[in-house]
Design a protein around this ligand. Structure first.
Ligand SMILES: [Zn+2]
Length: 367
């Protein structure tokens, strides 16, 4: 009996060591699409919202021609072709609640700051109960990575919302966070970034304090090419802004465009020797939204279903298992440790309150 236990322990230790030694991921790009529902990701455009009354749709025929198809599989591919033709073929997608694979927000609040805190720190915090611009008392994994010698100066964030400098606590962390008009003036100097800074300051977004996603993408991809970060967080927000405005047509357009930008980011990664075949993308959301003809616009503690999110993963250490079904529940609080595990670090050893890594997304090399 003792022998069997010893053998089992040896095997476990061996497995963990082999895994750590053989991972190919050297860089991670974490991408979020604010409040994009799992319903759109897994089933595409929703028919009852493709009209003026429920979805605020202006050109019903045009929107139907672009996004409506007879099956959920065809609809989701029409909406997010990169997600379904590349991530679902070469990587994995978790979160199809219809198929027994739920991913949940664990903070109970189901809105942005609590979600980004949970996502980036690995644990919920009841003190973070508003989107107010208050410096985060918690250390995000971005700050944690930047404290490691191998990652110092190689961590960066691009976003669309002027609360991110507080969520990532730039005062304390000192991290470069480019997420509002002011910070776009401070991008590394180049003619490209000069133009981007000018455009960001000369444009009107859906709400005050946000930037359109195109700015985020173009700043991020330029940074990737010229500065070579090892951990980059890219946060898109148009999907949430347009849902709050009640414009389902623009939500769909935002999701489709973000999918295309993620594709171009991936193609850029695969064209650069520092990144090719050694970079993992984790793609997810900060919260879900409600269901039905009106609640799709909303999210929060009182909105049923707004705790459901989804996760996509694509990279050399993620098995090509596609859309996962019949898995136990996963949590938003597991993403920080997953990113660390992909990069060979044990986040939970230093942050024990964080959720465990999603082992489903991390395979042994060669398998
Ligand atoms: Zn929102």
């Amino acid at each position: 009996m003792q022998f069997i236990w010893r053998a089992a322990i040896c095997l476990m230790v061996f497995t963990v060591c082999v895994q750590a030694a053989e991972l190919k991921t050297k860089n991670v790009i974490l991408i979020t699409l604010d409040g994009l529902r799992w319903q759109e990701v897994f089933t595409g455009a929703e028919e009852q919202l493709l009209n003026k009354a429920n979805g605020g749709v202006r050109d019903t025929n045009g929107v139907r021609a672009t996004y409506w198809r007879d099956t959920p599989e065809a609809r989701r591919e029409a909406l997010m072709p990169f997600l379904w033709s590349v991530v679902a073929k070469q990587g994995q997608l978790l979160g199809n609640t219809n198929k027994g694979s739920a991913v949940r927000v664990t903070n109970g609040m189901n809105f942005s700051y609590p979600g980004y805190n949970e996502l980036l720190c690995g644990f919920p915090d009841r003190r973070i109960n508003s989107n107010a611009k208050r410096p985060n008392p918690n250390v995000t994994m971005l700050e944690w990575f930047n404290g490691k010698p191998d990652f110092k100066g190689k961590v960066v964030m691009f976003g669309c919302w002027d609360v991110f400098p507080y969520i990532i606590n730039v005062e304390r962390s000192g991290l470069p966070v480019y997420a509002d008009q002011e910070s776009f003036r401070k991008l590394p100097p180049s003619s490209h970034n000069q133009l981007l800074g000018d455009l960001a300051n000369d444009s009107v977004a859906v709400f005050k304090g946000v930037l359109p996603d195109s700015f985020v993408y173009h700043a991020a991809v330029e940074h990737l090419r010229t500065q070579k970060p090892r951990l980059m967080y890219v946060s898109f927000g148009d999907t949430d802004d347009w849902a709050h405005e009640g414009r389902y047509d623009s939500v769909l357009e935002s999701a489709r465009l973000a999918d295309g930008m993620i594709r171009r980011l991936w193609e850029t990664v695969q064209s650069l020797p520092e990144y090719k075949d050694q970079t993992t993308f984790i793609i997810t959301a900060d919260h879900g939204r409600g269901a039905g003809p009106s609640d799709w616009k909303n999210h929060g503690a009182a909105t049923i279903g707004a705790d459901h999110i989804w996760i996509g993963a694509l990279g050399p250490d993620t098995a090509a298992l596609g859309e996962r079904t019949n898995l136990s529940n996963f949590g938003q609080n597991q993403i920080a440790a997953t990113v660390a595990a992909l990069l060979g670090l044990d986040y939970c050893a230093e942050v024990p309150q964080a959720g465990k890594p999603l082992q489903e997304l991390i395979k042994l090399s060669g398998k």
